[in-house]
Design a protein around this ligand. Structure first.
Ligand SMILES: C[S@@+](CC[C@H](N)C(=O)[O-])C[C@H]1O[C@@H](n2cnc3c(N)ncnc32)[C@H](O)[C@@H]1O
Length: 300
């Protein structure tokens, strides 16, 4: 089965719609794990925490419908509008409405061979926004992510896999200054919107005299490029509320090790790099566009 050219064509067509968000990397990695489980004679019951409209888990269930365990998969999300879409697009997916950081929501779901957290943990982090500080309460947000990871791990069958796809905080000094040059007026204007409206953190931008260059921290640079594709789009309304950056690679590794999970793969990605490069160039020597997404496969 799979791995032949018709299977590749299937995925190319299936994943075209979500390519922009980089999620196809997550779907393909999950598909490989499902095939591996099947090759080992094990079922592949899937759980997606923060399943949204079911784009990820739905694609996996469709592609592997005949494999043992797949039809018994579950999606959890607290958004009723997302679940309504999932219900209509993925009729075989069992759906649970609720906050997956609340242990009572996950009670009684049983065990899963593959638990997916795709573009979801950053929302757990961002939910720790503190009105008084006017920013996300970072220690509280990071602790909430650690708790969510522990809850996800608790649902893994022995030898099961946890797959995480999400934003990544670049390593190094977050306050290091980076000078960017905008390549067109639209990109420059949109950056102003980002500075004014990005909610999780206050963005400190220092414009240089020519009006085309701006100095920001490395920390804010990663935030800007991740959000730049949503500026001027309807999705900005929700995207402006969420920080994709909450853990560095070292943070992920430490938290997963603390849960006795072995990291089998950790791939750092620059999703949509060609788009960032059409908006801004980097003037600071030795600085490149950061790897701002990560794909992790860990095993219990
Ligand atoms: C960006 S969407 C991603 C959806 C899906 N994983 C995908 O990649 O297509 C994140 C989803 O996580 C859900 N979510 C975030 N935090 C959650 C929580 N604590 N409990 C349940 N759902 C949550 C949101 O409602 C949203 O549907």
């Amino acid at each position: 089965m799979p791995h032949d050219s018709s299977w590749e064509l299937y995925w190319q067509v299936r994943l075209q719609a979500i390519e922009d968000l980089g999620k196809c990397e997550a779907v393909l990695a999950a598909s490989e794990l499902i095939l591996d489980l099947d090759a080992q004679g094990r079922p592949a019951r899937l759980l997606e925490l923060g399943c949204g409209a079911g784009q990820i888990i739905g694609a996996l269930m469709d592609a592997h419908a005949e494999l043992r365990g797949v039809s018994d998969s579950v999606g959890v999300d607290y958004s009723s509008s997302m679940l309504e879409r999932a219900r209509s697009d993925c009729p075989d997916l069992q759906l649970v409405q609720g906050d997956y950081t609340d242990p009572s929501v996950l009670e009684g779901l049983g065990q899963f061979q593959l638990v997916l957290l795709v573009n979801s943990l950053h929302e757990v982090f961002s939910a720790a926004y503190d009105e008084a500080q006017g920013e996300v309460d970072v220690p509280a947000g990071r602790a909430a992510v650690a708790e969510a990871l522990a809850a996800a791990t608790g649902l893994l069958a022995p030898g099961g896999y946890l797959l995480i796809f999400d934003g990544l905080e670049p390593p190094g000094d977050p306050e290091r200054r980076v000078t960017l040059r905008f390549l067109d007026p639209e990109a420059r204007e949109e950056f102003g919107v980002f500075v004014d409206e990005y909610h999780p953190f206050r963005i400190q931008a220092h414009w240089l005299a020519d009006g085309w260059r701006v100095e920001i921290s490395q920390h804010d640079f990663a935030r800007y490029i991740d959000k730049s594709i949503f500026l001027s789009k309807a999705l900005w309304e929700t995207e402006q509320l969420e920080s994709y950056q909450y853990y560095t690679e070292d943070d992920f590794r430490r938290e997963l090790a603390a849960l006795d999970l072995r990291v089998l793969e950790l791939r750092k990605l620059t999703v949509n790099g060609f788009k960032w490069r059409s908006r801004v160039s980097i003037e600071t020597p030795g600085v490149d566009f950061p790897d701002e997404h990560v794909l992790i496969v860990a095993a219990r």
